[in-house]
Design a protein around this ligand. Structure first.
Ligand code: F0G
Length: 458
């Protein structure tokens, strides 16, 4: 029997031409880029899966919003619209615009971490980790052990390990922990969802110890869709109701709106506490811009206000997650290992399993990303030891829990034929997997090195 996937709930009105270079050209381009996919020019990429962030296609309604965006420095119409929409969807009383997710982290995290030593999360995204460290604290990941076995089925592999969290609080001292962060979906574990039950439990633990509870809400809508499908309590709930339950009693959130709000630029901070919000506003004015535009142009704010609503449309989410399920099913047929069940925004290919002969310090997930580019002009990225970097205390290469090559799928951009090209390319690579070599770094900056480091094949 054929599985029926969920086709596009839209048609295409405007197209962007793509070209595929020859294999020789691709090999030259990736060498010139220092074997770092971030240094490739996008014109040399056929299918760009580097990220699902800011790469989505806006709707006609969003584009119409661009025309009516109010560019006033203070009190623009779109500011009120985004405030009203965000407060209604998330239920927190104070909302601040910023230009993207890491700007939200830069503004909020130092407020929470002042005089503190630790932040604990189910898993910190790399920019979140960087901002925790820049604020002088250490970032501790505390994901459930089920996440580590990429072949085992588990509904909520993104969950916090709440028993270990309580242990950490006991060992480190609640007074030393500035914030407990729930990242939904859990990007670094494979775009894996977190259950509302786990969110509630984590929040209760945080509050029992007087620690603020924060949500990193980049993919709040995809998370809600998984909750709807997999958590019995919410089988009959709307996505909007699940989002409400997710943010209930959260002290604050940061959000990169470049994901589930389907805009090319934008971010939000939400707060429940007035004093914290006053500090957020002051820091926003110095770093981002006046509070009613927060580093954004009015047209982008208007598109964001409209995108927040489109992102929680159930038909859209069914198609969106359906694309991941389709690609995952093709990889199942080909026997290509990935974080299973597939996550919400990407397929995370398990490079440790596909290239078992390459050790973590020779970056198997980076090696696979480079092969994908050489094979079919596909740009994916390493979410593994290459991204994790070095221990800030000892300077030694850290070993990541996973070695993933992430195939992040932009929203409403690629068709099913593009997904077939990706699956075919991986099948070809699998056939010659044993001959693929690792890489060594020849140049690297101290923080967030994977964006600019240069490598050479071994
Ligand atoms: N938090 C999470 C969970 C993210 O995935 C990202 C970005 C951020 C925060 C930072 O947001 O990019 O708007 O500053 N993730 C992108 C990615 C870059 O490719 O996964 P930003």
């Amino acid at each position: 029997m054929k599985t029926i996937y969920f086709p596009e709930p839209f048609r295409i009105k405007s197209v962007e031409p793509l070209r595929m270079l020859t294999r020789e050209e691709r090999e030259r381009k990736i060498a010139e880029a220092g074997y770092n996919v971030f240094s490739l020019a996008s014109r040399d990429v056929y299918i760009d899966l580097l990220t699902d962030s800011g790469t989505g296609a806006m709707s006609v309604d969003q584009w119409a919003g661009v025309m009516v965006g109010d560019e006033s420095y203070a009190g623009a119409e779109c500011y009120y619209r985004v405030q009203e929409t965000a407060k209604r969807i998330f239920g927190l009383p104070y909302v601040q615009l910023v230009h993207q997710g890491r700007a939200a982290e830069k503004v909020l995290l130092p407020v929470l971490l002042q005089g503190k030593k630790y932040a604990i999360s189910n898993m910190h995204f790399d920019t979140t980790r960087a901002h925790v460290e820049l604020a002088g604290a250490r970032a501790i990941d505390c994901v459930v052990p089920e996440a580590l076995d990429t072949t085992a089925y588990y509904d909520f592999k993104g969950n916090m390990d709440t028993a270990r969290l309580e242990q950490y609080i006991k060992e480190l001292g609640a007074e030393n922990i500035g914030v407990i962060i729930m990242t939904i979906t859990n990007n670094s574990a494979g775009g894996q969802p977190v259950s509302v039950e786990n969110i509630r439990k984590t929040r209760e633990i945080a509050h029992a110890h007087g620690i603020p509870f924060m949500i990193d809400a980049a993919r709040y809508a995809e998370n809600a869709y998984f909750v709807h499908k997999r958590e019995p309590e919410f089988a009959d709930s709307t996505i909007e109701e699940i989002v409400k339950a997710t943010f209930e009693d959260a002290d604050c959130f940061t959000m990169s709106a470049k994901k589930d709000a389907i805009v090319n630029m934008g971010g939000l901070i939400g707060c429940r506490n007035r004093e914290i919000f006053e500090l957020v506003k002051q820091r926003c004015i110095s770093f981002e811009g006046f509070i009613t535009y927060g580093g954004m142009s009015g047209r982008d704010i208007e598109a964001l206000a409209r995108g927040l609503k489109e992102g929680i449309d159930e038909n859209y989410l069914r198609y969106r997650i359906g694309q991941m399920e389709y690609l995952a099913a093709r990889l199942d047929e080909a026997g290509i290992p990935y974080q299973s069940p597939v996550g919400g925004h990407a397929v995370f290919v398990d490079a440790k399993k596909l290239l078992p002969h390459i050790p973590y310090y020779e970056f198997p997930a980076q090696a696979l990303a480079i092969e994908l580019y050489k094979e079919a002009g596909i740009r994916a990225c390493d979410i593994g030891s290459f991204m994790l970097g070095n221990d800030p205390d000892t300077g030694k290469q850290l070993e990541a829990e996973f070695e993933f090559t992430r195939l992040a799928i932009p929203r409403r951009v690629y068709t099913q034929s593009h997904l077939d090209v990706i699956a075919d390319a991986l099948e070809n690579i699998k056939e010659r997997a044993g001959r693929i070599r690792g890489y060594r770094i020849v140049e690297e900056p101290p923080i967030l090195r994977h964006f600019t480091a240069k490598l050479l094949p071994l």
